[in-house]
Design a protein around this ligand. Structure first.
Ligand SMILES: NC(=O)c1ccc[n+]([C@@H]2O[C@H](COP(=O)([O-])OP(=O)(O)OC[C@H]3O[C@@H](n4cnc5c(N)ncnc54)[C@H](OP(=O)(O)O)[C@@H]3O)[C@@H](O)[C@H]2O)c1
Length: 327
């Protein structure tokens, strides 16, 4: 099979398409012919040598999400017929023509979704849904603030939060991305300003009450800024660290406002947890994708052979939404 391979740590030019053996599904697994996937920041970090793949997945083939058809069942696998359209998350190895995964770690793809839109859905939808529902326990009527709201995860989170009954605010470094998010349900947005800009914007949006749930895709100073923007019993879920690995917090404010700050990561979760988030996605988000009330926005599409260009595009920060890869 054709597979994208990280030939050594470095820039996009270290990616090459090579021939690899088609993997064999073990007991409880399915072999999937991949039709589409997407680029994620973790792929870029892995390529540059800063995020090794977890045990049990190909060490040098990137790719965390896929959509494709089941072509072979492993021993004892009975959930999917050959030809079934499925999508899901893997710890790596999705940038290849075939992959194996557990039969319970995939979701069925409705006819309404083409391969590209199904292939870019799992990572953004599962990250957003898990953060909002499971980690932050979002309730209808809550306010949500999403940093990097024009990102793949951000634009999906706007729509999922809206479906869950929240009012959604966001930040981005350009008005262009805020406009894209507004088209998908964002109520209002802000671009970075003087220290205290997030809390000032939040006070204005909420009449001084503050934000119930922050999805922080950026880390760094955004954490300190966001804590100051939270309402009583507010929850901040830290999802990414593109803006930095360190922050300082006003602990007195955290105590008096009874705040929760928690981090989350999908990639290293054990199989049973990956199955649980995938099944929640299949049950609660896939119907919204099928009827179009939640849409994955594809900014650009590349064939596997142009993976290097897709990495460079992601690192440029120019995209609004997902970058799809087709096989
Ligand atoms: N924890 C998990 O399991 C998990 C899962 C998926 C994704 N993530 C993380 O979630 C984040 C978003 O992922 P994604 O795939 O949706 O990303 P993406 O589509 O590539 O978008 C990221 C956006 O972040 C903004 N940005 C980049 N560097 C920044 C900086 N230094 N300061 C402020 N803004 C910056 C840029 O938008 P602007 O032009 O608006 O600034 C950029 O387009 C990443 O950090 C990723 O690692 C985590």
């Amino acid at each position: 099979m054709r597979a994208a391979v990280i030939t050594r740590p470095g820039g996009p030019d270290v990616l090459a398409v090579q021939q690899r053996p088609v993997p064999t599904p073990g007991p409880g697994e399915v072999l999937v012919r991949v039709h589409a996937s997407a680029i994620n920041r973790a792929d870029v970090l892995q390529r540059s040598g800063r995020y090794p793949s977890p045990p049990g997945v190909p060490a040098d083939i990137p790719g965390l999400e896929f959509a494709g058809e089941v072509v072979l069942n492993g021993a004892g696998s009975t959930l999917w017929s050959v030809g079934a359209r499925v999508c899901g998350l893997v710890g790596g190895g999705a940038h290849a023509e075939y992959l194996v995964t557990h039969e319970r770690a995939v979701a069925g793809v409705p006819d309404a979704l083409d391969w590209a839109h199904a292939g870019v859905a799992p990572e953004a939808c599962i990250t957003a849904h898990d953060a909002l529902v499971t980690q932050a326990q979002l309730r209808p009527g809550d306010t949500v603030l999403i940093h990097a709201v024009g990102s793949g995860v951000g634009l999906t989170a706007v729509q999922i939060a809206r479906q869950l009954g929240a009012t959604v605010y966001g930040t981005a470094r350009s008005d262009v991305k805020l406009d894209v998010a507004r088209d998908l349900g964002l109520t209002a947005g802000a671009t970075p300003g003087e220290p205290g800009w997030v809390a000032a914007a939040a006070r204005g949006w909420t009449g001084g009450r503050g934000i119930d749930v922050v999805l922080d895709l950026l880390g760094g100073d955004y954490v300190r800024e966001s804590v100051a923007a939270l309402a009583l019993k507010g929850r901040l879920v830290l999802i990414g660290t593109l803006a930095g690995l360190e922050s300082s917090l006003d602990l007195r404010y955290m105590l008096s406002r009874r705040l929760t700050v928690r981090g989350t990561v999908l990639r290293s979760r054990p199989l049973e947890e990956r199955i649980a988030v995938t099944q929640a996605f299949a049950r609660e988000v896939m119907p919204w994708l099928a009827n179009g009330v939640v849409r994955t926005r594809i900014d650009a599409t590349f064939p596997l052979e142009a993976l290097a260009e897709s990495h460079a595009l992601m690192e440029s920060n120019a995209t609004a939404g997902k970058i799809a890869i087709t096989m």
